[in-house]
Write a protein that binds this ligand. Structure first.
Ligand code: ATP
Length: 241
């Protein structure tokens, strides 16, 4: 079943069109990579799906309900509960320790301090950074910060993780390690992932790749201009039989 759906989504920034009519269905537990060249609208689509941006036209549905028409407070609540977001730079709160950062979404959702602390420790352990529980982001490597940020995105048990180039700031090895862990944990819990990336190696972790080009889904899926794709020869005299 497709629990997350975009229908004919159009979005511009002033005079600049970013999405020119994108439809996408994401099934429960599916891992979808959104790829395409720089500026093709990947981040805008992710932000529209996650309820961060509102489309100018079209609809975004979650569980069959239109969320793009919800007021900001309701969309923001959705992002604290059923949705989780993860960006290129983990955006950890610099004044808080790793454990406090990971516990934060739970505390905001009303979980008690003790339970939030316990869950934060458990998630930091799962990402191999339990020993950094009392360390602040400034004293961690980029990879360690991103592991903490990933733990924070998963701690509330979201149904969908929206990740925008989540490993883009890391070297290849650290990036793939973080991603492997994210994908493995998501698969264990049946969490859906919508992942924006321009790296084919990263996209290969997904079940499916959706390629955008100039604000629309590329029907060739190859990033090629359809008019340049050679068609099989046809017509009189060209029948290969
Ligand atoms: N805040 C903004 N203000 C004005 N134009 C914007 C803004 N954000 C994006 N755009 C424009 O919208 C289009 C789509 O941008 P978007 O960031 O969605 O693409 P992208 O595929 O994610 O790009 P990249 O891979 O470079 O991050 C681009 O032409 C971009 O310049």
């Amino acid at each position: 079943m497709s629990r997350l759906q975009a229908r004919d989504v159009v979005r511009s920034y002033g005079p600049t069109p970013a999405l020119r009519g994108v439809s996408l269905d994401v099934a429960d537990g599916e891992i979808v990579a959104v790829t395409g060249p720089s500026g093709c609208g990947k981040s805008t689509l992710l932000h529209c799906l996650a309820g961060i941006l509102r489309p100018d036209e079209g609809a975004v549905r979650w569980n069959g309900e239109r969320i793009d028409t919800w007021p900001e407070a309701a969309r923001s609540r959705l992002r604290r509960t059923e949705f989780g977001v993860l960006f290129q730079f983990g955006q950890l709160v610099p004044e808080l320790t790793a454990a406090e950062n990971v516990a934060l979404p739970l505390l905001l959702a009303g979980t008690g301090r003790r339970e939030a602390g316990r869950a934060a420790g458990e998630w930091l352990d799962r990402f191999g950074v339990g020993h950094l529980a009392d360390v602040r982001p400034g004293a961690m490597s980029g990879g360690q910060q991103q592991r903490c940020a990933t733990a924070r995105a998963l701690v509330t048990g979201p149904r969908v993780i929206f990740a925008d180039e989540p490993t883009g700031a890391l070297d290849t090895l650290s990036g793939e390690e973080v991603l492997t862990q994210l994908v493995q944990l998501a698969r264990e819990q049946g969490t859906t992932i919508v992942l924006v990336t321009h790296e084919p190696r990263i996209a290969a972790y997904a079940d499916r790749e959706v390629m955008l080009r100039d604000g629309v889904v590329d029907p060739t899926g190859l990033g090629l201009d359809e008019t340049l794709v050679p068609l099989p020869a046809a017509g009189p005299g060209t029948d290969p039989r």
